[in-house]
Write a protein that binds this ligand. Sequence first.
Ligand SMILES: [Zn+2]
Length: 40
Amino acid sequence: MKLRKCAKCNNYTLKNKCPKCNEKTSDAHYKFSKIKNVSN
Ligand SMILES: [Zn+2]
């Protein structure tokens, strides 16, 4: 699944168009925290 984000209303969606304002969405790059470096 690709998470996308509307640049207009900042709504997250999986569709190419925002369901709220019908604006074209762009890829939202999810950043995961580096939990591998935690030694606990
Ligand atoms: Zn929108």
